[in-house]
Design a protein around this ligand. Structure first.
Ligand code: SAM
Length: 218
């Protein structure tokens, strides 16, 4: 069952609001050519990321889950020439493909990758007292809550935290679905994002669903 019409709605959104983008098409081709999974953000989700970064005025962005650099390019497009993108990725091979794609898109000087389990990289960033004003969580789902907690620690006041796949293909909203681990993880994550005392959050049903949270000041 295809998640409560979510696919149809997103096809419509992508058709009406997405413009052809040769750079991002090339990223998708490189992902296919290298036998990597076809799990980049949807075109409109990518466009939303660019807009959110640029509208929030964020300069230092942290991404968790790079894959081939599709969302990385979307984020980097929003930061302007003086901003930075730090991207955490488990797979060495993916890091080199993502870096190559970001370089082709003109962002080689602005992006840096940390290879290995994201929880370890986040711990290092926290120990180094690094701060960011925009976060994009899009790695292994089992650690989403831990990633959210780490992002809050690394956040400047007013920072934005976006997490992808929070609708679990629409299953979170389907009372008749056989509860799967993925569905339960995302239901729990959404509850946490909605009720966390340091966050103001909403869920945008674009792509596979994105929570957008603002870290409260003070
Ligand atoms: N954000 C990417 C995009 O839209 O272009 C897609 C990311 S893909 C959905 C998830 C990525 O998280 C994969 O590249 C995977 O290797 C990475 N990943 C999985 N577990 C991880 C972990 N524990 N630490 C860091 N990265 C991890």
């Amino acid at each position: 069952k295809e998640g409560n019409g979510l696919e149809q709605v997103n096809k419509y959104i992508d058709t009406v609001f997405y413009d052809d983008d040769a750079v991002l098409e090339e990223v998708l081709s490189s992902i296919k050519a290298n036998g990597m999974p076809d799990i980049s953000v949807s075109p409109s989700s990518g466009k939303l990321l660019t807009m959110l970064v640029s509208m929030s005025g964020a300069k230092d962005v942290l991404e968790i889950g790079a894959l081939g650099g599709y969302s990385g390019i979307c984020l980097a497009r929003g930061i302007g020439r003086t901003g930075t993108l730090t991207s955490l990725e488990l797979e060495k091979k993916y890091v080199s493909i993502a870096y190559n794609n970001l370089s082709k898109a003109g962002f080689s000087e602005q992006v840096s990758y940390m290879t290995g389990p994201a929880l370890q990289s986040l711990k290092k960033l926290i120990n180094e007292q690094k701060r960011f004003d925009f976060f994009f969580i899009d790695a292994d789902k089992a650690h989403y809550e831990a990633y959210l907690r780490a992002c809050i620690k690394l956040a400047k006041p007013g920072a934005v935290i976006v997490a992808d796949n929070v609708l679990a293909r629409g299953s979170v909203a389907d009372k008749n679905v056989e509860p799967k681990r993925y569905t339960e993880i995302m239901r729990q994550f959404n509850q946490t994002a909605a009720s966390h005392p340091q966050l103001e959050s909403v869920l945008v049903p674009i792509g596979d669903g994105m929570t957008v949270s603002k870290v409260k000041q003070g």
